[in-house]
Unconditional design. Sequence first.
Length: 233
Amino acid sequence: MTAGSRGNGLDQVLLTVAKRPEPGRTKTRLHDGFAPDEAAEIYRCLLLDTFRLMAQVRGVHPVVAFTPDDADDYFRALVPPHFGLLPQVGRDLGERLPNALGHFLALPGVQRAVIMNSDGPTLPVGYLVDAFDALARCDVVLGPGSDGGYYLIGMSRLHRGLFENVTWSTALVMGETMANARRLGLSVHVLPTWYDVDVADDLRRILADGPEAAPETYARVAALRPEWGEKEG
C-alpha cells in the first residue's frame, strides 16, 4: 500500500520519521563510541526494531515518512510489505512533522494520526495504544522524551501552530510545544516519559532492557561491544 491510499479502510495512521542510514551523516553523536559505519548500521537496526514495534499496534495503518527524497527504494526493501511510504516535505521538523500528519488527516475517513521517532524502539506498545485512545477525548497527545524533546505527537485535526517557534533538537522542545498548546487552547494528554538512542550510553540501556524489546539493535550492539553485555549482566 502506498502513502495516500487506504486499501484496508483504517481510520488511524501511525507514522515514524526515518532517514536513510549513511556513515558519517547518521547518528553522529554515537561516534564517541562507535565508528561511522557502525553508527549507521546501529541506526538501521533501530529502524527495523521500530517497524517491528509499529506492527504490533492493531487497527492502524503504519507509514514511514522518509528522507532523502531518493530513498524510496531503500525503504521499500526495508519495511514490511503492508507499510506505507511518504517522502518528508519541509526544511526542518517544524515543517516536516505537520506536513506528514496533515497529509493523512486531509484524507477522507482518517480520524487520528500519530507520528513517532525511529530511534526509541523499546517504547512499550501500550503507550502507542494509549496515544490513539487519548485522541478520542483530547486534541493532542504528546510523549515526552527524557532529553526534553518528545518521542511522539498525535492529533485528530492538524494544529500547525503547535510546531511554530520551537527550538528543534534541544531540551526546550517539549516545553515550547506545551506552551503552544496552551496558547491555542488545546487539551493535551501527556504519555509517560521514555528514552531514545542518541549517545552510546543509551545503547547500554538497550542491552540492560534485554533482547525482547529491540532484538535487532540488541544483537548488533552486543556483537560490537560484547564487554558491555558482561558488565550489564
